[in-house]
Write a protein that binds this ligand. Structure first.
Ligand code: ZN
Length: 163
């Protein structure tokens, strides 16, 4: 267990398509370090590329700031469906410290992933869980919040970030 450095945009790893996990025992160690890193950084979600590992893993704990910790690990996640219903919300990112951006996403998704025991899991996510999972899966696809903004909004956000 270890707290890892979190890469900051525009680190090149954050723009790469992450590859599938094939070694679950290595993923267990990685996920443990990612959870340590996420809690240490006061985050509620973290994707492996953010710690420099280009693999399809993310961790999430949407409620630990209010409740008991409830860490979740998602290996090789796939969004099976998205609601037509969308909403805009302000999103921060540990790789883009100091700024938030207004992003529109589906309000509900159906997610499939592999757990750390190797079992396939399906769940319907709503609310913050749905938003956070979409944000983290974007990281696995080499997409950061800036990539989802209009050119004008992106220029403004980049200027604020680099200031
Ligand atoms: Zn992020």
């Amino acid at each position: 267990m270890a707290v890892l450095p979190v890469l900051r945009w525009p680190d090149a790893v954050l723009s790469q398509l992450a590859g599938p996990v094939t070694d679950l025992s290595a993923a267990r160690d990685l996920a443990a370090d990612m959870l340590d890193t996420m809690y240490h950084a006061q985050g509620r979600g973290l994707a492996a590329p953010q710690v420099g590992v280009s693999l399809r893993v993310f961790v999430m704990d949407a409620t630990w700031k209010q409740d008991e910790p409830a860490p979740q690990v998602f290996v090789n996640p796939v969004i099976l469906s998205r609601s037509d219903d969308v909403a805009s919300g302000s999103e921060g990112c540990l790789s883009l410290p100091g700024i938030t951006t207004e992003i529109t996403r589906a309000t509900a998704i159906r997610l499939r992933w592999t757990d750390l025991d190797g079992a396939s899991q399906d769940a319907d996510l709503t609310g913050f869980h749905a938003i956070c999972a979409q944000h983290e899966i974007d990281h696995l696809d080499g997409i950061v919040t800036l990539d989802r903004l209009s050119p004008e909004a992106r220029a403004k956000a980049e200027a604020e970030y680099l200031a």
